[in-house]
Design a binder for this molecule. Structure first.
Ligand code: HEC
Length: 464
């Protein structure tokens, strides 16, 4: 009995030893000796996984590799047992990480207000919440990145998910992204979704070509029904296993629908009018092309184009007074931008940029060029900008019409007081609460925030 136990312990520790050694010989060259990662090689000692953090998902990633990346299918080199050992080793090292930071305060003293932070939803999402939109005074819809749509009713997450949504990709920054609500929702019930659509009907989504698509449909009795396709591109413009798909959406006051598609890591396409990468788009509610779109009626261009030369617009909002469309650009290292998106203009990516690539290589040595727009502001180092919202409520009167911008990596919100087309004042707050994914003014004037890691919904109101 004792001998058997000892034998078990010995083999277990020998296996752990082997995994640690195997890690050093096979994986450390890219992922680092301490799993810390480097440049384009993601760290493995972390909680936030690009290709799935469950044991099964990690075994799958390591066995089959990642198409289009230097991560080879290790199933051809290592045995299934060795791969499982490696994954257990990675998981054990993650579990040994210090616990998540202590709870953050629920009141913040800011320049204009003391703000009360309420954690409306702390658990219950099936995957990371990505976009939130209110449909009336009580209810909002929230997209879940791996293909879900949920109701938030009077500040509570409805446990019942909405079923019947289209399949979306299950990796990286793709998935079910933003949503928009028809300005006449009360009359027609239309809900618009931007998501990454994988071609074909079966198989792993990272092995199938994919592209951002815009659809609309209605939610009736927790089912997505009457779906219509509003924007897509031909199959030969789809890509296998990429990132930077966009996609933020916005209805302007005239009822036209804007959406964004990132550069899909396909720099050469961004300045081309017949390729979807790196643009913002504008369509009518039914998917038709507004007559004054810059390339309306041109057979050599995607007619929905509104602007070109955008790397990855992750936030888009209309100024409540001027009506200008503003956008945040998730840039390369040191190149996150705030822009005013004007019809037909070229924002310069990848010809001009203030950033350098994540592997340290310069992308371009130009920061300006004739015919290309300059940002209103850019940030170095990059906070990894995400959503943007102009505050339009009454609970924080001093903040009326000011801009709020979220950041993923820097885990913060920037309040930007604008003076015309300049940023007059910048205040950073809510640092370290999580990756800020979306920001919206609620119907009662509170500020709603979607966080990722942890996946939560927060509500900001003035402290009593
Ligand atoms: C030649 C470089 C290289 C080697 C060697 C390598 N990888 Fe990777 N690995 C990558 C790249 C590149 C990615 C994708 C990173 C990205 O998309 O940002 C990746 C991704 C991963 C991921 C997914 C990370 C996530 O966030 O979901 C896992 C898990 C992983 N590797 C494990 C391993 C293991 C285990 C080994 C050793 C058997 C290994 N890798 C060896 C380059 C490498």
């Amino acid at each position: 009995m004792k001998a058997a136990l000892l034998f078990l312990l010995l083999t277990a520790s020998a296996a752990a030893q082997t995994a640690a050694e195997l890690y050093q010989t096979s994986c450390a060259a890219c992922h680092g000796a301490q799993m810390q990662g480097a440049a384009q090689y993601s760290p493995l000692r972390k909680r936030d996984w690009l290709y799935g953090g469950s044991k099964a998902e990690m075994v799958r990633t390591v066995t089959y590799g990642i198409a289009g990346k230097e991560m080879i299918p290790w199933g051809k080199v290592l045995s299934a047992q060795q791969i499982e050992g490696l994954v257990d080793y990675i998981i054990a090292s993650r579990d040994a990480m210090p616990a998540a930071p202590a709870a953050k305060p629920d009141t913040l003293k800011l320049a204009d207000y003391t703000v009360h932070i309420e954690r409306l939803v702390e658990t219950g999402f099936r995957s990371s919440p990505w976009g939130i939109e209110f449909v009336d005074a009580h209810r909002a819809l929230i997209t879940e990145q791996r293909g879900g749509l949920r109701w938030l009713v009077d500040g509570k997450l409805d446990p019942e998910p909405i079923l019947g949504l289209p399949e979306t990709v299950q990796y990286g920054t793709g998935g079910m992204l933003d949503l928009a609500i028809d300005p006449d929702y009360a009359l027609n019930g239309w809900i618009y979704i931007g998501y990454v659509h994988p071609l074909g009907n079966s198989g792993r989504t990272d092995e199938r070509p994919a592209m951002t698509r815009i659809i609309r449909g209605r939610v009736i009795d927790y089912r997505w029904v009457q779906q219509e396709l509003l924007f897509n591109v031909p199959d030969d413009l789809y890509f296998i296993n990429r990132g930077r798909w966009g996609c933020r959406m916005l209805f302007d006051k005239a009822g036209q629908l804007y959406f964004t598609i990132g550069d899909i890591r396909e720099n050469d396409d961004v300045q081309k009018l017949n390729k979807p990468a790196g643009k913002t788009y504008r369509i009518n509610r039914d998917g038709s092309i507004p007559k004054d779109n810059p390339y309306a009626g041109r057979a050599d261009a995607l007619q929905a184009i509104f602007t070109i030369g955008n790397r990855n617009v992750q936030g888009i909002a209309q100024h409540p007074v001027t009506g200008q469309i503003w956008g945040t650009e998730h840039g390369p290292m040191g190149g996150d931008e705030l822009n005013i998106l004007r019809l037909g203009r070229n924002y310069g990516w990848p010809v001009i940029s203030y950033g350098i690539d994540y592997d340290g290589k310069p992308i371009t040595n130009l920061t300006e060029k004739e015919g290309m727009e300059q940002p209103v502001k850019y940030w170095k180092p990059s906070p990894a900008l995400s959503a943007m919202e102009f505050y339009t409520g009454d609970l924080f009167p001093k903040w009326k019409n000011q801009a709020f911008v979220g950041a993923l990596v820097f885990q913060e919100i920037k309040r930007l007081k604008l003076d015309g087309e300049k940023v007059a004042e910048e205040e950073i707050f809510m640092k370290g609460y999580g990756r800020v994914r979306d920001i919206k003014t609620g119907p009662e004037g509170a500020i709603y925030i979607l966080l990722n890691e942890p996946d939560q919904v927060l509500r900001l109101t003035p402290a009593k």
